[in-house]
Design a protein around this ligand. Structure first.
Ligand code: TIU
Length: 222
């Protein structure tokens, strides 16, 4: 058992029953020319967390832990993209349009690939998800249940959109969830702060938060 000095209190997990879930660290959100920038955002804020994510991923792989990578990804025919999602707002490029990294948020396109530093390795799970949450219209819950997973450690982007939605979905399905504060980011600093505070409030109503340093120190001590 490993116990992380998390907030609002210690987060204890059994490594064999815990998966590292990396949400949407794909070029669409993290690099210029993708969906994130087409919505008017400064993506450099997100790029900055890649080294911290990599440190955790390396340690997790070294420990032999389960790793799940998600991508926000639609089919080429957009059958899984509700018009409400595609038509929302006034982005420069809509989902399915051709941008500098191929078709925006479409599976298999260059922009849909996970950034090279965090690229999935053989044996790690890759989940394409049409929604913001990782559990909506995916087999993630079934796969985690079959693997006996009870605890999830979250990293990725963006904190208040896909990460928070996924963590809430996981919490409602009975998983104990830890979010790594310096391994998640938002285009809006105030939203990141608020999302972290609301998730761990009320005795970890959605889950726990800790820094990657706190997780890595706990893993080294065990
Ligand atoms: N726009 C935004 O902040 N996020 C998303 O659209 N998707 C994810 O968070 N992955």
């Amino acid at each position: 058992m490993i116990t992380v000095a998390a907030q609002p209190f210690g987060f204890a997990f059994e490594p064999a029953r815990t998966a590292l879930v990396i949400i949407d660290m794909q070029r669409d959100f993290v690099e210029p020319g993708g969906f994130g920038e087409s919505l008017g955002n400064d993506v450099s804020r997100l790029t900055a967390i890649v080294p911290a994510c990599r440190r955790v991923l390396d340690a997790w792989r070294e420990a032999g832990g389960m790793v799940v990578h998600t991508r926000e990804a639609h089919r080429g025919d957009l059958a899984d993209c509700p018009p409400a999602k595609r038509n929302r707002g006034a982005p420069r490029l809509r989902i399915g349009d051709v941008g500098p990294m191929g078709r925006i948020l479409v599976a298999g396109e260059p922009g849909n690939q996970i950034v090279a530093e965090l690229a999935p390795q053989p044996g790690e799970w890759e989940i394409d998800k049409p929604g913001k949450g990782a559990f909506y219209a995916t087999f993630l819950h079934d796969k985690l249940q079959r693997a006996g997973v009870t605890h999830l450690v979250f990293m990725g982007v963006t904190t208040e959109v896909c990460v928070q939605t996924s963590m809430r979905e996981a919490n409602d399905r009975g998983y104990e969830c830890l979010l790594l504060e310096d391994c998640t980011e938002s285009y809006f600093p105030a939203f990141k702060t608020a999302a972290i505070e609301m998730m761990r409030a009320q005795g970890a109503i959605v889950g726990w938060t800790a820094t990657s340093g706190e997780l890595l120190a706990a893993m080294q001590d065990c």
